[in-house]
Design a protein around this ligand. Structure first.
Ligand SMILES: [Zn+2]
Length: 139
């Protein structure tokens, strides 16, 4: 029986989350009630997940009908979002390549490389986790 070839394993690592202002993130804007933490950048080998951040949507966030905290943007890599809540439902509105959908927790969203997207928290509290699937170049 052929066993799959096992790559050498690196030691386990921990990347503590680093608070960062949404206004310094391309395609985003700071709003009250959403805190962002960069979980890692360059933590995995090249070609793997390159970036991960979490946005904490608290009860201090006041939803609106507008698009306040992200602006349309594109990545040259896939993006995965996890929308999670332990206190009811967290709701996001997505606009992806011109079409709009409502997404509720618990959900996973995959945005292929090259899609123009933005999202907005529109109700509830919880966590919005964002991962970029390989090296990224913001446009
Ligand atoms: Zn994005």
């Amino acid at each position: 029986m052929n066993m799959p070839k096992t790559e050498p394993r690196a030691g386990w690592r921990i990347a503590p989350g680093v608070p960062e202002s949404l206004e310094n993130v391309p395609g985003h804007a700071a709003v009250a009630g959403i805190a962002r933490f960069r979980l890692f950048d360059g933590f995995f080998p090249p070609g793997e997940i390159s970036h991960c951040a979490v946005h904490v949507v608290s009860e201090r966030f006041t939803p609106s009908d507008g698009w306040r905290y992200t602006h349309p943007h594109v990545h040259d890599c896939g993006e995965v979002n996890f929308i999670l809540s332990d206190s009811g439902v967290l709701r996001f509105r997505y606009e992806v390549d011109g079409s709009t959908r409502i997404v509720e927790s618990p959900s996973t969203v995959f945005l292929p490389a090259g899609t123009t997207h933005r999202m907005e928290a529109i109700g509830g509290t919880g966590l919005f986790l964002c991962m970029h699937l390989r090296e990224r170049t913001p446009r």
